[in-house]
Structures are given as structure tokens and as C-alpha cells.
Design a protein. Sequence first.
Length: 478
Amino acid sequence: MDNLSAEEKIQFLEKRVLELKKEAEQALIYKHFFQYSRDMVCIANNEGRFLKLSPSFSESLGYSMTELLDRPFTDFIHPDDLQATLDEINLNQKGASTLRFENRYLKKNGEAIILQWVSNPDPINNRIYAVARDVTDIRNTERELKLSQQLLNASQHMAKMGSWSFNLINGDLYWSDELFNIFGIKENERDNLYEAYVNRFDEEGFLLYESTVNKSIETGKPYTFKHSVNIKGEDKKYVYCVGIPQLDNNGKVFRIDGMVQDITEHTLNEQIIRKSVREKEILIQELHHRVKNNLQVINSLLSLQSNLSNDEQLKSIFNDSQERIRSMATIHDLLYHNEDVSMIDFSQYINRIAEEILRSRKGESHQIDMKINVPTVNYSIDIAVPLGLIFTEIMTNALKHAFDQQEQGIIEINLKRIDEQQCQLSIKDNGKGFDPQLIDHSASLGMLIMENLTEQLDGKIEILSDTNGTIYHLSFKH
């Protein structure tokens, strides 16, 4: 310095001032970094103590700076994480850096937080420079998401249901774990997932799948369909598929989310039940057929017996009995030809009985005009049989008595609903009429039959008659 000229000394001093100024600026930046960093910045020695800490340590852990500096930092580490932390420090002392090491620190209130560390050792000065970040919320969220995913996977497995999502723009395809189980797709098939999936279809199923999905993409509307699944070495499966298109701002489909459920057990059970029901229906139909045949045999016997008798009153009784038997046989014949063996079309039944009674009583060349206004309605056999027998009695009486001196006549039959609980069957003729008060209910088999059957229907029968004809109103619950 003494050997320097005045000008050189000035230049040296100016340079030194600039260096000191730069060091001061760096020190200020260093101070600000420690003071204001949201991360937890520290300098520690190899003896396990903090030498310098950013205030964020105190804010995060709840200890004062003095408490943190006066105690070994191992005092603040969760006991379960202590050994792993000491192992990591040992690596630092050997010159290795730390990247994303995590451990739990205990706050002053006993609560644990998860810190993620990045550190670099300084073996020359026996220092460790480290930055920690509180990742507690992140890890808790990840843990909750993982738990939710586990619960979702478990619930899907129990329900035999898998979810999927396909992005039409970039081709990204997501399948839940259960989908791989449903379609029996192994690990070595996952590289070409779509091909492995469509190989599970038969030709008909693939055409159904392709047309359904294409239509959904065109229209933007959800779809559902069922198809069988063929897995090599396994029994055939059946699945129910749902797809829900997602639309962009222009109304075009850019992604489809969906669900697939294994309905094999349900489908097989349904097939077994359907087969069992069909077998029972066949047996019941055969039973109805045999009952009808037996009734026809009885009807034929009554006819033979009637023909052998010269007593007109006895013949009339036989004929009335035949009409009743024919009414019951008609029911069994209709049920035999029905797909549903428990219900009968009452309109069809009434028309057929009316035609048979009319032909039996008046022959083919009659002049009785039948006006039947009975809508298509299905009744169970418990309702149809009593109604049919009551109708038979009324029709027989009308043809026997109302038109006994007339060649022409009109019979009107109407069925209507009175209210939500009751219907009414009305049979009207334009015959000579009679006085209902003169009927001896106890002596008339026909009236006894109608009254008993009306009671069986929990109904009510009303008879109105004068010289202009007779009308029967039969109200019953349905």
C-alpha cells in the first residue's frame, strides 16, 4: 500500500468501498431472506443444534426463537421419525445433500406437522444449510384422497361396478381397477386396452356398442345398453353400460364418462326365474285346457240327458246348467290361449259368452241386436268368473223371458267406471219387462246364484224393469 502512488491508493480504496458496499447489500438480502421467507430457513451444526433460524420456525412451531436455539433440534422431532432423521443427518455429515426428506416436528401445543427438507452440507465450516416447508395440509389431503380412492375401489368391487373416462381430444383413457376385473383384462393386455376391451364382445355386441357410442357422440345424449362378455377360459358374463357425454362451450362432445356393472348373477337368476315361470305357465295352461275339456264333457252329458227327457221343465234346467258350465269353460279356454295365465281380457270374454248364449238360445237366424260397449280391461280370474256367471244368468233370463213372444229385440251391455274404486256392469233389454217385487229369491236358483256371486265380488246388484224393458246394474269393486 505504501509503495502505491496516490492515484493507485485512491483506486484501491474506491474498489474496496465497492466491495464492502456489495457485501453489505448481500448481507441485507441474506437478512431479508431469513426474516421474510415463508419457508423455514435454518443453519445448523453437526452437533444437532440450530445456529440461525428464520422467524417462520417460531411461527410454525409455537416456540420462541430462544427456546428453539437453546435445545437440540432432535427434541422437537416426533419420536417415531427420530431415527430416520439421525440417519439423514449422518449422510449430510458425509457430504450428501438432502432432497425432499420428510419428518414430523412437534409444535409446542403437542400437534404434529410434516416438514419437507432440502439441505446442503458445508463440511469445511461444520454447517448444514437447510430449508423446510410445511406440507401437512398437502399430505393430509393426499391421505384423504387415497382413502377415498380405496373406499371407492372397495365399494365398486362389492357392487361389481367400474368407472371409466375417455377424452376424445387427446385419447386419454381412464379405467378404475374394478373394470379390469370385470372384463378379465390382464397386466400384459393393458398396453392395448381398447383392443383387449372390444375383443370381449361378440359380433352383435360390438355392432351395438359401436352404433350406440357413435350416436351418443353425434347427439350429445347419454346412452345405456347391455351386452355379453366373452373371456377366454371363463363363463360368459353380462354387463350393463352407461355413458354420459361431456360437452364443450360449442356443444360438441369432448369426453365421455361412464360406468359398467357386472350383472351376470342378476341376468342368470332372471333367466332361471323366467324359465321357471314359463314352465309353470305351460303347466297352468295345460290345467286350464284339461278343465275346459272336462267341463265340455259334463256339458255334453247334460245335453244327452236333456235330449233323453220329455219333461220340458227338466230340459230347461239342463239347458240353464249348460249355459253356466259353458261360461266357466270359456274362461279356461281363453286363459289357455293367453300368454298371461292370471288375467283375462273381459271385453273378449263378454263378447264370446254373449255370442254363444245367443246362438244356443235363438239359433243362427236370430233377430236380436247385441250392442256391447265393454272397453278392453284385464280382470283376474277371481273377478272375471263371477262376473261371467252373473252375466250368463242375466242373458239367459232375457232371451228366455223378455223376448219369448218377440222375434226382434235389443240387448245393450255396458261397462264403465263409477269412481276410483268401483265399476258398473249394466245389461239392458227392450223386452216386455216384469215386476221385480214378484220374484221369489229363495225359489229362483238363478237369483240365488247372482246374489251369492255379487256378495263374493263385494258388490251390489239393482234390477229396474217396466213394460219398456229391464236393466240390471251390477256394481263391484276394482
